[in-house]
Design a protein around this ligand. Structure first.
Ligand code: UDP
Length: 328
């Protein structure tokens, strides 16, 4: 298939592009390189452009004529979304509308959308399945929920079909060592912990120790980025074989607390880095754990790296490589 990947130079997108290339698909990446890197695009061509520019999208789709689009390009930081909501609505909703308008005009009817567990807000039951209420507690989650809603209405009104994948906490790096989280300002827990182990930060903040969880810190379902990448290929297969529009969780169904992640990072790195406890971070729900039985049963997706030590180990190998690259 010919597949247009927006945000394909970013962390998750680049892993998916690699899998698509390996599977023999023809890939074009459209990325503004605001947080991604051209070196991370291992297959296909890279077009540098901003999805705010509808005419540019038209030119790209007109030239490449994709059979499907995978749409990663988005702003993804919860705390930033609390401070700058308009950025999130503009980028995640407005620019998605631009892309969908062009997709519709050119008859591109298969679409895979990056959604998030943040659409659930504070779920009443854990693990959470896709039928849980959509009640986001931050602009990031709200903007992604709006995207899902737009996709649903577009599918109702035409032959357009989509799969929205609700990511839980994506972490780890390509086991081959070619790719990983390379956005220096990433605020994610595992990246922060490893950068602290490496000496880039003096101490790691543990945001909130008074949550209603077993050890007072937030619980998240950490999924290895390569397993998440394979979920995208499974979603494409689903659409290519005539499957209908679906929304599916992507996680392992098991949660770890912030303290457990910190302890595991210390064990994996062999470095007893400093961590300190501080106030809650705005917009963080206490616990998010996926029920991903729908993804498994509908697409046959089977995770291969469901192991927190492996996830952190691959991320650590990558961090060390990244340091060499920066100091070379
Ligand atoms: N977290 C933390 N210290 C950090 C970064 C994150 O304690 O330096 C916590 C954060 O409050 C949340 C969890 O780790 O409870 C996961 O945060 P992350 O940013 O990795 O992902 P999110 O769940 O926000 O998408």
């Amino acid at each position: 298939m010919r597949i247009l990947v927006t945000g394909g130079a970013g962390y998750i997108g680049s892993h998916v592009v690699k899998e698509l290339g390996r599977a023999g698909h023809d890939v074009a990446v459209l990325d503004d390189l605001s947080t991604g890197n051209s070196w991370a695009v291992k297959y296909g061509s890279l077009i540098v452009g901003d999805l705010a520019d509808e005419q540019m999208i038209e030119r790209v789709v007109d030239t490449f004529r994709p059979d499907a689009i995978i749409h990663f390009a988005a702003s993804i930081q919860v705390e930033e979304s609390m401070r700058n909501p308009l950025k999130y609505y503009r980028n995640n909703v407005g620019n998605t509308l631009n892309l969908l308008k062009v997709a519709s005009a050119f008859g591109v009817s298969r679409f895979v959308y990056s959604s998030t567990a943040a659409v659930y807000g504070i779920p009443e039951t854990i693990p959470v399945d896709e039928s849980a209420p959509i009640e986001p507690i931050n602009p990031y989650g709200a903007s992604k929920a709006m995207g899902e809603r737009v996709l649903g209405h577009l599918a109702d009104s035409s032959d357009f079909r989509f799969v929205a994948l609700r990511y839980f906490n994506v972490a780890g790096a390509d086991p081959d060592g070619e790719l990983g989280q390379a956005y220096q300002a990433s605020t994610h827990l595992i990246t922060r912990a490893l950068k602290t182990a490496r000496g880039e930060f003096e101490r790691l903040a543990i945001y909130g120790t008074d949550y209603p969880t077993f050890d007072g810190t937030c619980i998240r379902d950490y999924i290895h980025v390569s397993d998440l990448a394979s979920a995208h290929l499974a979603a494409l297969d689903h659409l290519a074989s005539g499957g209908g529009s679906e929304i599916m969780n992507c996680g392992y169904g098991r949660g770890y607390s912030v303290r457990e992640v910190v302890e595991t990072a210390k064990r994996v790195t062999g470095i007893d880095f400093q961590a300190f406890e501080t106030d809650r971070r705005d917009g963080d729900p206490p616990a998010l754990v996926a029920d991903s039985s729908k993804l498994r049963s509908l697409t046959g997706w089977t995770p291969r790296h469901d192991d927190l030590e492996f996830i952190i180990g691959t991320a650590w190998a990558w961090e060390k490589r990244l340091l060499k690259r920066m100091t070379a």
